[in-house]
Design a protein around this ligand. Structure first.
Ligand SMILES: *[C@@H]1O[C@H](CO)[C@@H](O)[C@H](O)[C@H]1NC(C)=O
Ligand SMILES: *[C@@H]1O[C@H](CO)[C@@H](O)[C@H](O)[C@H]1NC(C)=O
Ligand SMILES: *[C@@H]1O[C@H](CO)[C@@H](O)[C@H](O)[C@H]1NC(C)=O
Ligand SMILES: *[C@@H]1O[C@H](CO)[C@@H](O)[C@H](O)[C@H]1NC(C)=O
Ligand SMILES: *[C@@H]1O[C@H](CO)[C@@H](O)[C@H](O)[C@H]1NC(C)=O
Ligand SMILES: *[C@@H]1O[C@H](CO)[C@@H](O)[C@H](O)[C@H]1NC(C)=O
Ligand SMILES: *[C@@H]1O[C@H](CO)[C@@H](O)[C@H](O)[C@H]1NC(C)=O
Ligand SMILES: *[C@@H]1O[C@H](CO)[C@@H](O)[C@H](O)[C@H]1NC(C)=O
Ligand SMILES: *[C@@H]1O[C@H](CO)[C@@H](O)[C@H](O)[C@H]1NC(C)=O
Ligand SMILES: *[C@@H]1O[C@H](CO)[C@@H](O)[C@H](O)[C@H]1NC(C)=O
Ligand SMILES: *[C@@H]1O[C@H](CO)[C@@H](O)[C@H](O)[C@H]1NC(C)=O
Ligand SMILES: *[C@@H]1O[C@H](CO)[C@@H](O)[C@H](O)[C@H]1NC(C)=O
Length: 516
């Protein structure tokens, strides 16, 4: 196994000899927090971030409906190894050492450790996390809500007659941070006393139920460590490739006899990011160079590519449930039979799976968002990521800090246009912005799809098959639906999730799936 080779090689090297100067350390949080993978605070991507050159809404077109798949806000670490697992071992080591050596002194930039206590919780939404979700709800109101609703009456502006319910149904899983994120988001959108304005469908997670927003629960192979952890193993093996000098440097501030290994150093990077997620600052953040933060980011890219995206055999399977729901909503259909993570009881009933809502909000997890773009075959994100490149390729597309920061949102816009072939516009107008220039809702015979990932327009022309070809990321609704005709077959859900297969090599799979 690769890990054995790397770690053996490592133990022979003298760590202290490779210390480098502290002058390369970067402590500006605005800079380094852009490299924290799934722990990154929310930032918009530029509309053109994913390579779509023309980012305006064509004249004569308007936004008619938006489907939002959203990630929760900042949380405390989870105990999974690549997320918070190395924090726990480092903190235990500090506690153990200081109780055995009460007079031991930490020096230099680690002096604060002489009086530091660990205060992070586990799993739950933090206060900044609630603000992220609230802000996102407010922003959604500004960006879309006033286009979709008459702000005076609160009534949907378009297709009001097809909305059978008074309140829109928002969906969330039952997990505390997800549920609270949905509530904060809705409070931002609907304002105070908002629970009267929407119905929240809480779908259980944590057992073996079908839940498209927590699809690992119904996919046993996804929870099988021999399969699921391809990404974790890749990340863990990557750590020694970039943290050797940092480990030597940090060791020089530690009391004699404190044996810091590279996993501990990784844990320190994680504590920095998580203390910022919880408290807004951290003394652990002034210890690393930018290159070391780039290494950290890449370790998260490897972890998520290999666990949830094209690199994992269940990558598509984990996302296909939401894709089926999105397509059903776009085709104005319920789902009556399921052989995926879809719960057909929920999705066949208009009271729990309403059609024609002006917008949908589904609160979920980072991994589900990644699996959804995988299941959609947005091949822009399909790459041969090297498991050993340091520094990592700066031109890669799968850069987790831009894909799943806290508060991530995938917005599928339904756009109505007067013309079947509206002229692509290079620039987006600012707010209200989304254009609506010359848009007349009674004269929009043609419908299109556009997807935004943290505001960046997704290149739907990278879906194979030549269905979506416009340079502005907009794709005719019927062509978009046609582009997904093979999505379920490619996910191969039953075999990927229940099949008796295993992997004998630490290697990303090519296409997010597996066949017998
Ligand atoms: C805890 O400290 C003791 C005494 O210094 C040491 O022998 C032991 O290996 C330490 N355990 C851990 C988990 O660091
Ligand atoms: C909102 O609805 C009210 C009441 O029907 C109507 O008078 C008003 O013109 C509408 N506003 C807009 C901007 O459509
Ligand atoms: C919220 O609801 C309560 C009880 O119905 C009411 O007394 C209060 O005025 C409402 N607050 C706002 C800001 O609408
Ligand atoms: C599907 O949803 C129904 C209604 O909420 C629930 O009773 C049932 O247990 C769910 N089934 C699965 C497999 O999750
Ligand atoms: C780091 O953690 C990994 C995964 O638990 C383990 O295999 C490896 O031995 C650890 N390395 C060190 C130096 O403790
Ligand atoms: C969508 O389906 C619903 C429920 O079947 C129906 O009431 C509504 O008229 C349909 N809307 C459109 C635009 O086809
Ligand atoms: C899954 O169900 C759909 C209907 O919802 C059906 O068209 C498809 O053939 C089924 N696939 C498998 C592999 O059972
Ligand atoms: C839940 O998922 C399983 C496995 O894909 C599927 O066979 C079953 O029909 C689903 N249950 C419901 C209620 O949709
Ligand atoms: C709005 O209604 C029109 C006419 O019934 C229908 O063709 C269109 O698909 C609907 N749009 C949405 C976003 O539901
Ligand atoms: C990855 O590398 C293989 C073998 O060199 C090649 O066939 C494949 O097209 C590459 N995939 C991508 C997405 O670049
Ligand atoms: C799974 O496959 C392995 C290897 O082919 C075989 O030995 C084992 O019996 C199979 N297990 C089940 C439950 O079918
Ligand atoms: C995981 O997969 C291996 C190899 O197929 C199998 O032996 C084991 O039983 C599976 N574990 C679980 C929990 O499904």
């Amino acid at each position: 196994m690769r890990s054995v080779v790397l770690l053996t090689a490592l133990s022979a090297v003298s760590l202290v000899s490779s210390a480098i100067s502290d002058s390369n350390v970067v402590d500006d949080l605005d800079v380094i927090s852009q490299y924290w993978g799934q722990i990154t605070p929310y930032n918009d991507n530029k509309p053109s971030f994913f390579g779509v050159k023309k980012v305006g809404l064509p004249d004569g077109c308007g936004i008619e409906q938006v489907h939002v798949l959203h990630r929760h806000g900042q949380r405390y670490p989870t105990s999974s190894i690549e997320d918070g697992g190395f924090i726990e071992t480092f903190v235990a080591k500090v506690k153990n050492f200081t109780s055995a050596h009460p007079s031991a002194q930490f020096k230099g930039p680690l002096e604060f450790l002489n009086s530091w206590t660990y205060q992070l919780g586990e799993d739950l939404l933090t206060a900044p996390g609630s603000a992220t979700e609230f802000t996102s709800g407010v922003r959604f109101w500004k960006q879309y809500g006033c286009l979709l609703y008459n702000a005076t009456t609160g009534q949907p502006r378009y297709n009001a007659s097809s909305v059978k319910r008074k309140n829109p149904v928002l969906r969330t899983t039952s997990q505390a941070r997800i549920l609270q994120s949905a509530e904060y988001w809705a409070t931002g959108f609907f304002s105070f006393n908002s629970t009267k304005s929407y119905d929240l469908l809480i779908i259980p997670e944590g057992g073996t139920e079908n839940n498209t927003l927590a699809s690992y629960n119904s996919c046993p192979n996804d929870g099988n460590s021999s399969i699921y952890y391809i990404g974790d193993y890749a990340a863990i093996n990557y750590i020694p490739l970039y943290l050797k000098p940092a480990t030597a440097r940090i060791s020089s501030y530690l009391p004699d006899g404190f044996d810091l290994n590279m996993n501990d150093t990784y844990g320190i990077q994680e504590i920095c990011a998580y203390e910022v997620a919880a408290f807004g600052e951290s003394d652990f953040c002034s210890l690393f160079t930018l290159a070391e933060w780039e290494g950290f980011q890449y370790s998260t890219d490897l972890a998520y590519y290999g666990d949830y995206s094209f690199g994992n055999p269940t990558g598509r399977a984990q996302g296909i449930g939401y894709v089926q729901e999105l397509l059903a909503r776009l085709m104005n259909q319920t789902i009556t039979v399921s052989n995926t993570s879809v719960n057909a009881t929920i999705d066949s009933d208009l009271s729990t799976f309403p059609l024609g809502q002006p917008f949908y909000l589904d609160m979920s997890h980072d991994d589900i968002l990644l699996s959804v773009v995988t299941a959609l075959s947005i091949e822009y994100f399909k790459e041969n990521l090297s498991m050993s490149a340091y520094p990592p390729d700066p031109k890669r597309h799968f850069m987790l800090s831009h894909l799943t920061p806290f508060g991530t949102r995938l917005e599928t816009e339904v756009i109505g246009c007067a013309s079947a072939n509206p002229e692509a516009k290079p620039k987006a107008l600012t707010i209200y912005s989304l254009g609506q220039n010359g848009y007349n809702p009674s004269d929009t015979a043609h419908r299109f799809i556009r997807m935004r990932w943290n505001n960046g327009i997704l290149p739907l022309d990278t879906i194979p098959g030549g269905f979506c070809t416009r340079p502005d990321g907009i794709c005719a609704l019927d062509k978009f639906i046609a582009s997904q005709a093979k999505a379920s077959a490619l996910a191969n859900y039953q075999y990927a999730c229940f099949g008796n297969w295993t992997l004998d090599e630490l290697k990303f799979v090519e296409d997010g799936n597996i066949f017998p």
